[in-house]
Design a binder for this molecule. Structure first.
Ligand SMILES: [Zn+2]
Length: 190
């Protein structure tokens, strides 16, 4: 099934994340965007996903051979967040629309893997280091994803993601996906 992705502002979580981000010493001087700006961004993100999302979801499922078991995912847009989550999906407002699409795609791949944790494909992902297969799927869906490793190197917190992206660049996303699926790579509208 194709799940409904409901992207919206959450007043309750906005307040929670406002306090949470400020509680982190490195962010004590952080200035949050005003509420209307966060609300407007949620609308912008939702429109961007309406355009790009259906094909991303379709290709994500087609390429992995997996299907979502849940039919609804709320996506909460909040003032700030030091990292995105997949359960629940909470994403900061200070992304561009393209960055948001990339971030949400990443989190939805986690959700897809959770929904299919007993499948042969997801069991095969355990043979790889953390996030390698996820970035292989990302590179297939959004070509150029793993080239962004250069921009990420400025942030030490990204070390495990950088390592995974480099592995995908070296091995090639197709060979990683082929290993997980055990079949030749199909192309999906690309
Ligand atoms: Zn992740």
């Amino acid at each position: 099934m194709t799940p409904i992705i409901h992207i919206h502002y959450s007043e309750y979580l906005d307040g929670v994340f406002d306090a949470y981000v400020r509680s982190i010493p490195a962010y004590k001087d952080w200035i949050r965007p005003d509420v209307q700006t966060v609300k407007d961004k949620a609308v912008t993100f939702s429109k961007a996903w309406d355009k790009a999302g259906p094909q991303i979801l379709q290709c994500m499922c087609q390429n992995t051979g997996l299907e979502f078991k849940r039919n609804y995912f709320p996506v909460y847009v909040v003032c700030g967040n030091t990292r995105a989550y997949s359960n629940p999906i909470v994403i900061k407002s200070r992304f561009t629309a393209d960055e948001f699409i990339e971030c949400l795609t990443h989190e939805l791949i986690h959700c897809l893997f959770v929904d299919n944790k007993d499948s042969a494909f997801v069991r095969a992902t355990n043979g790889f280091a953390d996030h390698v297969v996820l970035y292989a799927v990302m590179e297939y869906l959004l070509p150029g994803t793993v080239d962004k490793v250069v921009d990420m190197e400025a942030f030490p917190g990204n070390a495990r993601y950088i390592k995974a992206m480099k592995q995908v660049k070296e091995a090639g996303f197709r060979s990683i996906l082929e290993k997980c699926r055990g079949t030749a790579t199909e192309s999906c509208a690309k």
